[in-house]
Design a protein. Sequence first.
Length: 191
Amino acid sequence: MNKQINLAIFASGSGTNAENIAKYFENHERIQVKEILSNKKDAFMHKRADDLDIPSWTFSKDQFLDPSFIKRLVDIDYIILAGFLWLIPKFLIQSYRNRIINIHPALLPKFGGKGMYGDRVHKAVMESEEKESGITIHLVNEEYDKGEILHQAKCEVVKGESPDSLAKKIHALEYDHYPRVIEEYILSGSK
């Protein structure tokens, strides 16, 4: 029999992507979201996790950077980042090599790196007069947004576009692609 594959989602904000991923895997025969973690005690994702009956907990920067943090990830096979902004510590990357997945709201390698998240990315895309933007789903390594790219999806940036209207297009791409790409990547490596 195939082993159950457990995911931990790390999120910092409202948790819409975390919720979308959790719902996607709700009745999956192999993959389940076991817990949702945050670096913010008041993040709305805790309410979403509660509504989904998924345990959630908060950690501090000191806890996150302490190698004993890994002991709190009991039976976790993959870490999924969903709007989580901190750089992942080296010990966690080494323990979960090629098993930490992130999504970025632009077409990497453009508009990536430290400080490039959310509206900052969309504003930079607009200021650069790009004709297209999109999402990049990638593995996490020791540098911001530099891990192996698993999937990209594009959308057109139209004349007169605002950062808000672009963000809506990007969110739609995230919801459509992120859970499926996570599933495909995990299942391709765990036959």
